[in-house]
Design a protein around this ligand. Structure first.
Ligand code: 26W
Length: 820
């Protein structure tokens, strides 16, 4: 091995002696937090500890920035409206290599690091998979040494806090900044003006030809940067997450103030601050409000000004932008950046259209995260034009060029209608997916299946026109957070038996495979799992007052609540099983606990009803003595990153049961398997590739394939036929429909269940029997613990490929053209 390839075995931060670190914490507490140790609260200790470690991170941050600058290297800019980070302390402390030293130093001061760690709020600046992926990517880019900046919005309120009151989801505001944010740096000097509305003027030359367009916005706000350092594994590199906050240009309108209108004087201020106040809580369906489009433009425009500013600080002109900057669009949310870069190049920097279009296309890449039609963003022309009049002109100009290429490329009229940036069916709308596609040299899906379906469906015609652009980058997860930190027991066990190499090269996790045959190892693996299940049982007992038996099979479905994810299939199966247990008490039932966690979009009626149903079913089953504790249902409120960190390691069974073709990838599926859960799932998203990795015998697959779902729908699917053919399903559906679980309101679930009889878009009925059979196969496996544990170990051992380090290396080599 060459010197450069040798993994660094020691933390790179200079290690102060234990005594000095404790001194430093006390000093930080006194001089930076302003507290005497004798009166310091947990938050004060947390704050002081973060400040001490942050100092060391800053040293490496400056060094990383300098290194990229001196090398003249290309930088990656990851534009995302969501970064679902969760807590940062453990991640940063352990990546910089100071976790154990800080633990000891704090202990010497009488402070338990695990107690203060629990006080750190989750940064929940995202809804679900897409936002969490952005957070894993930020960590991996720093870990594999890719110079990168994440750009997003510093929402004052992240994703809402979920309470379950009487079985119903109640949304409460999330207040992560309540105690301040010790990680961030406010950069007042990094402020840019962002305009909205107004008019466009065209200046002409002597011959009356248009020279330049000048946009005169009627409203302007200031975007101010807040930077958070992102530390890679072993402190290799520290990158920047730059989040924008909106501020008024005139905090107080003096005329109004002097005229005595003190409230009116704050109008601008209130309006600006509203822009970045709250994250839209809808994933997978478009929020049509104008404020959302404002958020999208606000952060895209601020980020582009910043990127251009940095480029022109180092290079003479913007023609070299594509060689020095790869700008990535995380879904279509920042797609307006395509038009904004065109505007900046043409109107501000004097480029002609063709040259600007060439630079733009070579700079952008775009990832699509969903095929659901209701999630594809588009904006009514009149809204887009009123808010962004110059961008509207540019979209038309791009469209003219696109349609010209399409005609030359031989596309027919219907294909041309489908690729147009302007949708003409009904109200005319700007299609953000087509804009992102047209403006990018690379368009990727997030699993092999999803990418193929992209080519066949939403982007079929654009794919025919530009066959080289669509490529696949299967999602991944950051093993530092999703194994090392969340599962210290398993990590320690693995280190003991295969050594530390897997901590720097995750492919080495495969070395664990051979221990799957070792009965003594299996026992130890099972003991770790047992400990993690006890930890989850404790959490449930503290939060919900419910006692759970850790020796039962922990069956876990955790993700956003959505009909396509089919929590309903899982609940209906629970009801069918409940009925079976009551009817056949003599059989040897496997004790099982079905856990659910997840939030519903506040406006998504059926998703909220499904939460209520899970809670209703839980109440009845958990309190029925005839069940003798053989089956329990638990809906844990407020699923978030921190709760995920407790649930992932505690799962025996991972539910990945979406209607095939609808889940783009899934990433929770990877986290659960990495922590030694077996998957029960459909051939959807990344489940397909997980099956290839772990082997058919180590995963439980059931149900229709994506193409079968398509065929069924095309030939006219009749759910009633399936319901009538399945006594278990009919029984369960009638019980729910008839009010067995809702005596207080017997018709509560009538419409929901009628939806299955009449339409069943998500094919619950078609897949039910296959699913119930698969669950009985799971029961059979469970009765042979040696075999179960063998399979669980093989799942963990074979998940290395799903590291986001691998994903990021593929993006770096195949899309961004940066070394990794
Ligand atoms: C415009 C409203 C909106 C908001 C968010 C539409 C769509 C979204 C996201 C694309 C939803 C999302 O999070 N998609 C998930 O992305 C993950 C990361 O790629 C995948 O693993 C999940 O399968 C996909 O549902």
């Amino acid at each position: 091995m060459t010197e450069m390839m040798t993994p660094r075995k020691h933390p790179v931060a200079p290690l102060p002696e234990a005594g000095t670190l404790a001194d430093e914490i006390v000093k930080a507490l006194m001089f930076r937090v302003g507290k005497n140790p004798s009166v310091a609260t947990g938050y004060d200790w947390l704050n002081a500890s973060i400040k001490v470690v942050r100092d060391r991170i800053i040293a490496r941050w400056i060094e990383s920035t300098q290194r990229t600058y001196e090398a003249g290297g290309k930088r990656v800019y990851y534009l995302s409206l969501e970064f679902l980070i969760g807590r940062l302390m453990r991640d940063a402390f352990s990546n910089i290599g100071l976790m154990e030293e800080m633990r000891d130093a704090l202990a010497s001061l009488g402070v338990d690091i695990d107690v203060i760690a629990e006080l750190e709020p989750d940064a929940a600046l995202g809804n679900g998979g897409l936002g969490r992926l952005a957070a894993c990517f930020m960590e991996s880019m720093a870990s594999v040494d890719v110079p990168a900046h994440g750009y997003g919005i510093r929402y004052v309120h992240g994703l809402f806090r979920q309470e379950i009151q009487d079985g119903v989801q109640v949304e409460l505001p999330e207040t992560w900044l309540e105690h301040g944010n010790p990680w961030e740096f406010e950069r007042r000097e990094r402020s840019y003006e962002i305009g909205f509305g107004g008019t466009v003027e065209a200046t002409t030359d002597k011959l009356g030809r248009v020279e330049r367009h000048v946009w005169r916005p009627s409203e302007r706000v200031l975007a101010t940067a807040y930077d958070t350092p992102v530390v890679g594994w072993r402190g290799k590199r520290v990158n920047t997450l730059r989040l924008w906050s909106a501020m008024p240009i005139d905090p107080i309108l003096l005329d109004a103030f002097n005229a005595g209108d003190h409230i009116g004087a704050l109008r601008e201020s209130n309006k600006a601050e509203a822009l970045t106040r709250v994250l839209y809580p809808a994933d997978s369906h478009q929020a049509g409000q104008e404020l959302r489009l404002r958020q999208e433009y606000f952060f895209s425009a601020a980020s582009l000004q910043d990127i251009i500013n940095r480029h022109l600080g180092e290079y003479d002109d913007l023609r070299s932008l594509p060689d020095k900057a790869a700008i990535h669009l995380n879904d279509t949310h920042p797609a307006v950046a395509v038009a904004e870069l065109m505007r900046l190049l043409c109107d501000v920097h004097g480029f002609g259209f063709d040259e600007a279009w060439d630079v733009t296309r070579r700079t952008f890449g775009y990832t699509n995260h969903t095929l659901l039609p209701e999630a594809l963003e588009s904006w009514p022309i009149h809204v887009f034009e009123r808010l962004l009049p110059r961008h509207m002109q540019i979209v038309y100009a791009i469209n003219a060029e696109l349609l010209r290429e399409a005609r030359e490329g031989g596309l027919n009229d219907s294909q041309i209608r489908s690729i147009s940036l302007i949708g003409e069916d009904g109200e005319r709308r700007v299609r953000m997916g087509n804009l992102a596609f047209a403006g990018s040299h690379s368009i990727n899906g997030v699993s092999a299946l999803h990418t193929e379906l992209m080519k066949e469906t939403v982007f079929a015609d654009l794919h025919q026109l530009y066959p080289a652009r669509i490529n696949n980058k299967t999602n991944g997860i950051a093993q530092r957070r999703w194994l090392f930190q969340c599962n210290p027991g398993l990590t320690a066990l693995v280190r003991e038996v295969i050594g530390d190499r897997f901590m720097d090269d995750i492919d080495a996790l495969r070395d664990l495979e051979r221990h799957a045959e070792d009965a003594a190892f299996r026992e130890r693996f099972a003991a770790v799992k047992r400990g993690n299940k006890e930890r989850l049982a404790r959490l449930v007992s503290e939060r919900m007052g419910l006692w759970l038996d850790p020796s039962a099979l922990f069956d876990i479905q955790i993700k956003r609540i959505h009909e396509y994810k089919r929590q309903l299939l899982n609940i209906v199966e629970a009801v069918a099983l409940y009925d079976q247990i009551r009817s056949h008490p003599e059989r040897d039932w496997v004790p099982r606990i079905k856990f659910f966690g997840g939030k519903a979009a506040p406006s998504y009626f059926n998703a909220k009803l499904i939460i209520k149903l899970a809670n209703d079913v839980a109440r009845v089953i958990n309190n029925d003595p005839a069940v003798r504790g053989l089956l329990k249902v638990v809906f844990i409120p407020n699923y978030n990153v921190s709760l995920a960190e407790v649930m992932m390691p505690a799962a025996d069974l991972s539910e990945q049961i979406s209607t095939a073709g609808m889940e783009a990838s899934g990433t929770g599926n990877m986290k659960l398997a990495l922590n030694g859960a077996l998957t029960i799932g459909t051939l959807d998203g990344a489940n397909v590739e997980m099956k290839d990795q772990v082997g058919d015998e180590n995963i439980v697959i059931f149900g229709l394939t994506a193409h079968e779902v398509e065929e069924r729908r095309a030939e006219g699917y009749d759910p009633r036929a399936f319901i009538e053919a399945s006594p278990e399903l009919s029984q369960a559906l009638s019980a729910i429909r008839g009010g067995v679980f809702s005596h207080d309101q017997p018709d509560r679930y009538r419409d929901l269940i009628d939806g299955i009889y009449e339409r069943d878009w998500f094919m619950v009925a078609a897949d039910f029997d296959a699913y119930a059979d698969a669950q009985r196969r799971v029961d059979a496996l469970w009765t042979d613990p040696a075999d179960w544990n063998r399979k669980a170990i093989l799942n963990a051992a074979r998940m290395g490929w799903f590291s986001s380090d691998r994903t990021i290396r593929q993006y770096a080599n195949e899309i961004w053209d940066v070394p990794a």
